[in-house]
Design a protein around this ligand. Sequence first.
Ligand code: UFG
Length: 332
Amino acid sequence: MAILITGGAGYIGSHTVKYFIEQNEEIIIVDNLQSGYVESILNSQLYNIDIRDKESLDKVFKKHNIEAVIHFAANSLVGESMDKPYEYYHNNVYGMICLLDIMKENSVDKIVFSSTAATYGEPKNIPILEDDETNPTNTYGETKLAMEKMMKWFDLAYGIKYVSLRYFNASGAHEDSDIGEAHNPETHLIPLILQVPLGKRDKIFMFGDDYSTKDGTCVRDYIHVMDLSSAHYLALKYLRKNNNSDIFNLGNGSGYSVKEVIETARKVTGHSIPAEVKPRRSGDPATLIASSRKAAQILGWKPKYSSLEKIMTDAWNWHNNNPEGYKSTEKI
Ligand code: UFG
């Protein structure tokens, strides 16, 4: 039986596809290529389909014997989501309704969901636990929370079991340097910082230095994309074994400020990387750090690539070899 990976041509999706293939799983990818790249999927079967196109999606389910879905396909930028709520609700929330309906129609009863720390909003406790309050401060987090809740009710009504993985800050690139992080436009901190030593920008802007954190800049929990890939596989194994749904945080449990991330990039690249303070970016919580104890205990997950220097080194190797990101804007 095959595993359907939606958004499998995207950043985290493509790393997960590679990992699943290494585990000898049969993979089918559905991606509308709005932010994914054909080159990132390394010889897997790709359908260029939007998950909101239910008719086409249904054909994929009818053609292949799908055991489970790993669902990445979504809009995922915190800043952009504040300006484009319609697009986020439409792609994320309506897309999820379409996907779950097609799963139900085709009796597929397992889904691993790409969720986010942005579901919590401004946390009351650090590190954040899975049963802490969820009160998103941005549209992106609100849509992901709505998608999680939708899965809860589809589970109760139709028995579709889910594992929701709330990632903290996905970062780094595959250590083979064949796939990595490429967004257009880029908004994420680490790839933007690395544009300075690549000669693509003069300096990095730090959004706010008046937060109540160790140095005034926002603190985040950076987690290597290869550690996220392995967590998706453990989540699938969990669903294969247990007739149960659950939610897990995925992070390293340690936080780095924007200033510390820039400092690490200076060390790894040997470049001075000028930085300048700008006003706060809307929707940004001050500190997000995960407790991943539950994922360790129940899924048996343990990050292997947890140092920020390793994350930065792998990101730098990929960007250095691919300064323009993926070459194609090809649609197939
Ligand atoms: N930042 C800057 N300058 C930049 C870009 C970012 O100072 O040029 C800051 C941001 O304000 C934030 C931090 O760097 O404080 C990290 O920003 P990113 O845009 O890299 O990541 P976010 O924390 O906003 O969001 C990421 C994912 C989300 C996820 C979230 C969970 O993009 O999908 O992590 O922690 F929900």
